[in-house]
Design a protein around this ligand. Sequence first.
Ligand code: GLN
Length: 534
Amino acid sequence: MAKFVFVTGGVCSGLGKGITASSIALLLKSKGYKVFMQKFDPYMNVDPGTMSPIQHGEVFVTADGCETDLDLGHYERFIDEELNYTSNITNGKIYSSVIEKERIGDFLGATIQIVPHISNEIKNKIYEAATSSGADIVITEIGGTVGDIESAVMMESLRQIRLEIGIENSLFVHTTLVPYLFGSNELKTKPTQNSIIELRRLGIQPDIIVTRAPIDLGENVKKKISLFGSIPADHIIEAKDVSNIYQIPINFHKQHIEDIILKQFNLKITKSNLEHWENLIKTVESLNQEIEIALVGKYVELEDAYLSVKEALKAAGYKYNTKINIKWVNSEELENKNCNLKEVFKNSKGIIVPGGFGSRGIEGMIKAAEYARVNKIPYLGICLGMQIAVIEFARNVCGIKEASSREFNELCPNPVIDLMADQKAIINKGGTLRLGNYRCVIQKDTLAYKDYQSAEILERHRHRYEFNNNYKDIITSKGMIASGINPDANLVEIIELKNHPHFIACQFHPEFKSRPTKPHPLFDSFIKSSIANK
Ligand code: GLN
């Protein structure tokens, strides 16, 4: 039977619960255990797919096509395991599934109630994550803060699980804040105490407390939390602020968090293998050069909207001992007549146009793609960034002046990017994009082939519109290559330019498969070319 670690948060959001959960998973994996991760989000959306990235950050996509919270990206990058549809559960998912069952008649005769029907559904999702993954240990993070009305029933389900499977199979980690007050110059434990009381009110006594604080707690503060929280002092794990998040698992390891967990689970405490992670930290701390990459997008006011892209750029930089400074360029600003592109990109060694939806800022992105093409600056286009590159090329090289995407202009006379036939009938917005893994066959003697060193790849998708094959002949006759094709539906997946040192774009999202210790081939070569760009 699998064991379960539950990670909750107190005091306030943004304490790094996701990093805490990922670090615990990484440490348990490094001891040879098979781990799986899951996140519960207490909002009523069925998934974050319909939410604005400016509100909630990027939508991460799993290999099996589930649109998920961005924390799943942290999980995959830390534990280097592919997660799936059981990994991100929302209140919306839980409620709609219970209501669907009620309509079918599954509960015939019963009055449907929060407890037991909703709480049972939540428990089933937790147990399902264990059975479908075959993991030894499942780490489940509960979004939000203890005491939130939205997550109350999730907490109730956790309380019941503890009752069902016992303390040797379940463990509660609670992350809290220990603020430092200037003036009196001391750390304050009261918010942590109150947060533990709040958790107990819901019937849960934490087994481990992870404290976020700007400085070391010191013995006295620890003793106080231990006494008021009924937690052994060595079960208080300090998450001191760090400049590099990869340091956190190592800091936890030094405080033996994984041994405490394994001991409670009666599992063998084996030797940790953290060499790859320690090497990563060494690399990150000894980067010996830096370059600027311009990221041109419409959601740049919130960096989290491009979290995986940012991490993928950084990871590729590590390989070349290079710190990547991202210049966040709001594509709408490039549309201004007085905007001097030469000035904007004067220090940028490469230009990236990542994914996005809707027509705002599109013309600015097209200008950026043109600037990269004409000035021979390395370009990487992702999803929308590929569509932009195709539109720009169609307009400015093939002379199709009104080339655009059906997404930006429904009546567009030259939709070089268009809806696929099977997308036309879809009215619902949620969960109906082309999602998750699709195959792509790569043409030999292309940049894509050089990057991947493989004739066939699998990459994750999240889009509705496609390269319109009616324009393929004219576009390819002018020097754009369709170097990657989905063989099942004959869709263009990768394009590149012949007479350019590095201009490549893909319809899928390579950033989701990048790992800090294993940069994605497309990011790797983009950064390599950008470094070489004088
Ligand atoms: N909006 C475009 C589409 O739906 C691109 C999506 C994206 O960049 N993820 O096809």
